[in-house]
Design a protein around this ligand. Structure first.
Ligand code: ZN
Ligand code: ZN
Length: 338
């Protein structure tokens, strides 16, 4: 390690693995979060009480740093977006400061980490009206467009954790938006795989899968004019769901108002099914869309993935990268459709 590169007070740093080529994010502020290392059940009990909730109206001031606020007729807010108090990346860095540590490549974790909250402590996405979910999608798009052209930003991850088992440290319904200086390994694989398929077959791999799923119908859960939801033939976890636009669309940020309503319908359907048919399972939901690094990705097909928290990575998964799925997607779709 060269001492001139050895910075004190590392807050957010990306280190590239020499063998796999994937990046790992080190973010030391994250372990200062209020819930960290606390007893999970006690925390759960405590947060049932709205007066202790950090995201409830009584405890959240009208902060100057709010980046987006949607208000209702009475001028009270219904949705707001603000910087995460414990960000994984920092907007304070001026540059990525790419450097070498021995044989390794390191960059500073420059980026933006925002939180989106809706007003009601007890109404999660599954319980909101379709129009309210469309409002969340509208805010996703608004923030995406605002962040995508900033210096060094290559990918914007939008995700939602629901339930403690899925990593939601605060019960109050919220989503997160993370703008990053790299294209993350999962998206990288997804983009590359889609590109390779396109090169060989001159067709979008996702369009092919959607067409086949529609014909078969076995793994389909929901369909409207613009969106389709399936349990993928090669699901990575039990009850995994993917929400696809039926038309070939590569850039989420171009979603129209009509498509937001249709997507909101699809999401409400899926999330309600998790609540009713899977005993209110915890889940992670995230967007996969084209990177915003200035290149074109017309072969890609954006979509949302929903991963119910059903299995934990143990020895076999960690040692081989092979995930074990305890239920066939055909059966999972049957259960979810009910
Ligand atoms: Zn709350
Ligand atoms: Zn497509």
């Amino acid at each position: 390690m060269t001492t001139k590169n050895n910075r004190e007070n590392i807050f957010s740093q990306l280190r590239k693995d020499l063998v796999s080529g994937t990046w790992v994010l080190f973010s030391t502020k994250r372990n200062q979060r209020p819930d960290c290392f606390k007893n999970r059940e006690r925390k759960n009990e405590k947060e049932k009480n709205e007066k202790d909730c950090l995201f409830c109206k009584e405890n959240i001031s009208n902060q100057e740093e709010d980046t987006l606020v949607y208000t209702k007729k009475d001028n009270d807010w219904s949705l707001k977006v603000f910087p995460n108090k414990f960000p994984a990346l920092s907007s304070e860095y001026k540059d990525i400061n790419k450097r070498e540590y021995g044989p390794f490549e390191v960059i500073d974790g420059i980026g933006y980490h925002e939180v989106l909250v809706t007003e009601d402590h007890n109404l999660d996405m599954a319980e909101l009206e379709v129009i309210q979910i469309a409002e969340i999608l509208d805010a996703y798009q608004d923030r995406y467009v605002s962040l995508m052209n900033r210096k060094h930003i290559k990918y914007i991850s939008i995700f939602k954790n629901y339930g403690y088992d899925a990593g939601a440290s605060i019960r109050h319904p919220h989503s997160q938006i993370v703008a990053m200086p790299i294209i993350d390994p999962d998206v990288f694989r997804s983009i590359n795989g889609s590109e390779e398929y396109f090169r060989v077959h001159t067709e979008c791999v996702h369009c092919v899968m959607i067409g086949w799923e529609k014909e078969s119908g076995k793994r389909m859960i929901f369909e409207n004019e613009d969106f389709i939801v399936v349990c993928p033939f090669v699901s990575r976890v039990s009850f995994e769901m993917r929400v696809y636009p039926k038309r070939h669309l590569s850039y989420f940020e171009r979603i129209t108002d009509v498509q937001k309503i249709k997507l909101a319908e699809a999401m409400k359907f899926c999330l309600s099914k998790l609540k009713k048919n899977l005993n209110d399972a915890s889940y992670n939901m995230f967007l996969h869309t084209s990177p915003c690094d200035g290149k074109t990705y017309d072969h890609y097909h954006w979509h949302f993935e929903i991963f119910p928290k059903t299995n934990t990575w143990a020895g076999l998964e960690l040692s081989t990268g092979i995930e074990i799925c305890a239920i066939l997607p055909e059966r999972a779709a049957e259960i979810l459709r009910k």
